[in-house]
Write a protein that binds this ligand. Structure first.
Ligand SMILES: [Zn+2]
Length: 231
């Protein structure tokens, strides 16, 4: 999906439609669930229309809105979660794509209200750090944005209590990879719990990981996790 040359609106619309198909094919949404958006080069947001099945969404099902949410183009009504998308773009100028889905395992953790916040998988630690759990908020209301407020600046993936997952990144590939990683981590954590429980990495394990991480993964371990494990 990502290329070095800056893409125009048409190519970005196709990418957004393909990302929706992928999320659907991977079983991360059912029927018309979920929503996705990108930030266009003109600063506006292109978002999925409301009530569209993601498996066969086309470019005609997308809606362009201003950063304030005023509709510019598109036949449909924008996603009911548009407010959440706009909030993330406002708070994170670096973000250019947002995905919201209901993958079964990660949403299971969100329903059980269990954050994915234990240091169990080194490769998750060096990419996402931890995946926090936002308080329950009524879907489609501004309460969803409020529930993200404590996390949006620090984390790129958040579980929404009794609802699902939202991830965001520099482009659609990045946001999708994060969604994929969250679901895989939830699946692994679930299996580990079935096998007697997760064994977490020690502070020493994380210290060593932090040492190799910049060279091996081009990543610094998020300080929030580092700090959490020091106590
Ligand atoms: Zn949802």
């Amino acid at each position: 999906m990502s290329r070095k040359i800056a893409k125009g609106r048409l190519a970005l619309s196709s990418d957004l439609a393909r990302a929706c198909h992928l999320v659907h094919e991977r079983g991360m949404v059912a029927a018309t669930d979920g929503n996705a958006s990108i930030r266009l080069p003109n600063g506006n947001i292109l978002v999925t229309g409301s009530g569209v099945r993601k498996g066969n969404l086309t470019r005609n099902d997308l809606v362009e809105v201003t950063p304030e949410g005023r509709k510019i183009k598109g036949k449909r009504k924008p996603s009911t979660e548009l407010g959440m998308h706009l909030y993330i773009y406002r708070e994170r100028p670096d973000v250019r794509a947002v995905l919201h889905a209901h993958p079964v395992y990660a949403t299971g953790f969100a329903v059980a209200r269990i954050a994915l916040d234990k240091p169990i998988l080194p490769e998750l630690i060096v990419t996402l750090g931890v995946v926090p759990l936002a308080q329950y908020a009524t879907p489609s209301t501004e309460d969803v944005s409020e529930s993200l407020a404590p996390f949006v600046k620090t984390f790129d993936a958040v579980l929404l209590a009794n609802h699902g997952v939202v991830t965001y990144g520099r482009d659609l590939d990045d946001a999708f990879n994060k969604l994929d990683k969250v679901e895989q981590a939830a699946r692994i954590s679930f299996v580990a719990r079935m096998l007697g429980g997760e064994r977490t990495l020690t502070n020493e394990d994380i210290r060593k990981l932090a040492q190799v991480s910049p060279a091996s993964y081009q990543k610094h371990i998020p300080e929030i996790l580092w700090d959490a494990t020091k106590t």
